[in-house]
Design a protein. Structure first.
Length: 78
């Protein structure tokens, strides 16, 4: 992770955080765990783009990728 991609805080209910803490394997950090949880829901092109950016150590927030590539995103409003 680079300084250009700072950590963030996501507000969530205590019960949600407790559940996530029970599910997260101890050998994964939160970034790895959360991305792996959603990989099955993300289009393959989005996963490929995330992996490409990680290899280049040039991370972008998902919202930025989605904005540049609207067809790849979460398809809100379904």
């Amino acid at each position: 992770m680079s300084s250009a991609d700072p950590m963030s805080s996501i507000p969530a209910r205590a019960s949600t955080i407790a559940l996530l803490q029970r599910l997260k394997p101890s050998d994964k950090n939160w970034d790895e765990f959360l991305l792996s949880v959603f990989e099955d829901w993300l289009p393959p092109e989005t996963v490929a783009e995330i992996e490409r950016r990680e290899r280049e150590e040039r991370s972008s927030k998902f919202a930025e990728v989605e904005k540049r590539h609207p067809g790849w995103g979460t398809q809100r409003g379904r």
